[in-house]
Design a protein around this ligand. Structure first.
Ligand code: TRP
Length: 445
């Protein structure tokens, strides 16, 4: 066993585990998605519901996923089937979902690179909407940036767990935090910023509906990379002595911190008029352009977004690569190329669906929006329900308890609470929110 885990590779220590997992969690979900979902859903009211979802559902599920990986020291498919025969499909479903997410996530990642470059060279010009539309609906420009981003990912993955993922996280995460804090201090320093903030964070409960809860829950799962095998595979790389509960709490805290700070940066810019996914790409450059040395601030902002995206996409890539390496017997090189090839194909389709292929829609959505909505609204809740059912009901009680209390670092007094959350609260609450939110969503189509 010891020999096998050495061959598999793993993180060098506790800090590496936290940085890598926080890297997976902190991504476009925090900086691009959280602020616009918040502004669409009544600001402060949404944030309260979101925090509830993070604590009651996200944290226990993250602990569950780390535990399954850590216990089995395997790729997502084998991890479930080692613990209980016949459950490998749950890992496979996660990998399919994360592959679909890669399809559109890489496209937005590519945009961040173009925006960082265009900001640095001051070439966005005055027409922010026009720049966004022209760029994202073009054929080649967005594809090239997306391909460059996917290749950067590929080479990190090829470097291995310690030499690639861990090393990249150790450089990227501190840089990410430094940029984030710099931007936050600067935005709060502007008087207009402080004013704009108040209006966004004041709860508006009139905008809360069933769909709000589904959005909050979907966002909580998305931002913590739950149910997709990414956290599972990282858990499987934890070194002996890395506590699961402590790591999960650190990851959740860092992730929530970044989301709130990102919302502060964006809302303090007073960008309430621009809603939706364009918030970060259209409104932010406009705001920065009015500031002294605005193009530098804009460049920093898009660099932040790009770093966050990169540390997330390597965990998506790794989860799927580990499957091809361990389950299909491929070399790391071959497995990584295969995943890169799939990512290139899906990202090409998603990118073209914004422009040349935008006439092709399913239930009124282009492929890009379809991938986003299908994974966030449908797959994430189902995977969340099944993961909690697996850990709460299917995993042998004593084995699970041993994993969580001994290796996991949860003390005997807290354990029953976590178990109760996983056995009852998660499956029931997620199912209820899922069903009511879905009805709301379908009515709204
Ligand atoms: N957590 C990432 C973010 O907030 C996105 C994400 C969702 C993810 N599922 C994932 C990342 C699976 C890695 C693996 O942007």
């Amino acid at each position: 066993m010891a020999e096998q885990s050495e061959k598999r590779g793993g993180f060098g220590g506790k800090l590496a585990a936290i940085l890598a997992a926080a890297g997976s969690a902190i991504g476009l979900g925090n900086i691009w998605r959280f602020p616009y979902i918040t502004s669409e859903n009544g600001g402060g009211a949404f944030i309260l519901i979101y925090l509830g979802c993070i604590l009651l559902l996200g944290l226990p599920l993250l602990i569950a996923e780390f535990s399954v990986g850590h216990n089995s020291k395997s790729n997502p498919v084998d991890a479930f089937s080692k613990i209980r025969k016949g459950w490998g499909w749950l890992g496979a479903a996660g990998l399919i979902s994360v592959t679909l997410i890669m399809g559109y996530y890489f496209v937005i990642s590519g945009w961040t690179v173009n925006y960082a470059v265009a900001s640095a060279t001051d070439s966005i010009g005055g027409n922010y909407d026009g720049f966004f539309v022209d760029f994202t609906t073009a054929t080649w420009a967005p594809l090239l940036f997306t391909y460059a981003f996917i290749l950067a990912n590929h080479f990190i993955i090829m470097g291995g767990v310690q030499g690639g993922i861990e090393k990249a996280s150790k450089y990227m995460m501190p840089l990410l935090f430094a940029i984030l804090i710099t931007l936050a201090v600067y935005s709060l320093w502007m008087p207009s910023g402080r004013e704009a903030l108040g209006s966004v964070f004041t709860p508006d409960f009139s905008k809360v509906s069933g769909k709000t809860f589904l959005d909050a829950m979907g966002q909580a799962f998305f931002t913590l990379s739950i149910g997709m095998g990414a956290m599972l595979i990282y858990g499987s790389y934890f070194k002996k002595g890395t506590k699961i509960s402590g790591t999960a709490i650190s990851v959740v805290s860092l992730d929530t911190f970044v989301a709130i700070i990102a919302a502060i940066i964006i809302f303090s810019a007073g960008v309430e008029d621009v809603k939706g996914p364009q918030l970060a790409f259209v409104a932010m450059p406009k705001v920065f352009s009015a500031m002294p040395a605005g193009n530098i601030w804009a460049m920093l902002f898009f660099l932040l977004l790009g770093l966050a995206a990169l540390s997330s996409t390597i965990s998506m890539h790794e989860a799927v690569t580990s499957y091809f390496v361990e389950k299909r017997g491929m070399s790391r090189r071959r497995g990584a190329w295969l995943v890169t090839g799939i990512a290139l194909t899906l990202a090409t389709i998603a990118s073209l669906s914004m422009g040349p292929w935008s006439d092709f829609t399913v239930v009124g959505m282009n492929i890009f929006d379809l991938l986003d909505n299908f994974t966030a609204i449908i797959m994430l809740p189902i995977l969340g329900i099944m993961t909690s059912v697996f850990v709460g009901w299917i995993w042998r009680k004593d084995d699970m308890k041993a994993e969580l209390t001994a290796e996991g670092g949860i003390d005997k007094a807290t354990y029953p609470f976590i178990r109760f959350l996983l056995k009852w609260v998660c499956p029931v609450l997620v199912s209820v929110v899922f069903i009511f939110g879905l009805i709301d969503f379908i009515n709204g189509l």
